[in-house]
Design a protein around this ligand. Sequence first.
Ligand code: ZN
Ligand code: ZN
Length: 344
Amino acid sequence: MNGHTWEERWHPLREEWVIVAAHRQNRPWIGEQVGRRYETVPAYVPDCYLCPGNLRVGGARNAEYDSTFVFDNDHPSVGPDAPVDLEPPVAPYRNRPARGLARVVCYSPRHDLTLAELDVSEVDELLAVWQQQYRDLAARPEVEHVLVFENKGAVVGVSNPHPHCQIYATNFVFRTIEVEAAAAARHLADTGRVLFQDILAAERRDGRRILVENDVAMAFVPYFARYAYEVFVAPAATHASLAALSNDERRGLASVLLEVVIRFDNLWQMPFPYVMALHQAPTRGEHPGFHFHIEFHPPLRKPDLLKYLAGPEIGGGNFLSDTSPEEKAAELRAVPGVHYKHRS
Ligand SMILES: [Zn+2]
Ligand SMILES: [Zn+2]
């Protein structure tokens, strides 16, 4: 593996180019010790706003929950209380009420666990909660889209390690979803095929970037990865949202998802930071060819090295990656599928 990749790769879902310039000296970190100690996290923290039975800032008290726990965000970015009588700005500017709902889902009562340390039945139960949330929120008249996402780690701004994600049910469709839905519809109209199925087939034909696969789901570092350890997790069958998966498909997806986050943690034997997002079709209208999937965008390139968004990304709007997706997939494939904390 003397990876020397220097090319532009087309990202068919986002419809943009990714520059891959992986010709720098990038030594893999496999087998190397990360000389850092992580302080032990307690199972319960009295002033954590997510731990069972605790008081939250808004004055509400958490249930004494023993598996998952869902509540409305006390400081929502979109919410039923957002002002509706807005003063219109000067043209061409526009505004509108920030309607919708923001919720928090705790994965576990245990403050010291992460998604990677749950067992597969607990992950499956979490997916069932997300399914239920999607159905509930999609049924509300003001909701156009349901975004489920987890920000994990201090480098993505989360100082509280209590395992949780957020749900934004919004009166608009997030930009990336809008682009993906349009790309999927156009591909179907042009070719008669589902775009994401073509992506899955291309990944299977190459094979080097696949991390985990079973009968119903698959995880891979996409050919067009923008982040070093970017991973997509998707059901084999095309569904518009997680809510459309059968129980068998959900269980299979849970097992693939869990193995991905375990491999992330095993990479450097540390809790691996990421932004995880469920990409589901908009809740209204027809979205032919939309294939629900989960995307992981980990910000780290090495244990202490962030991917900085700079000139190409912020200035120009396209990503520059200086690592090869094939090499990064090989690193993730090489680590054990059992969590390092569970090995003795
Ligand atoms: Zn907690
Ligand atoms: Zn996507």
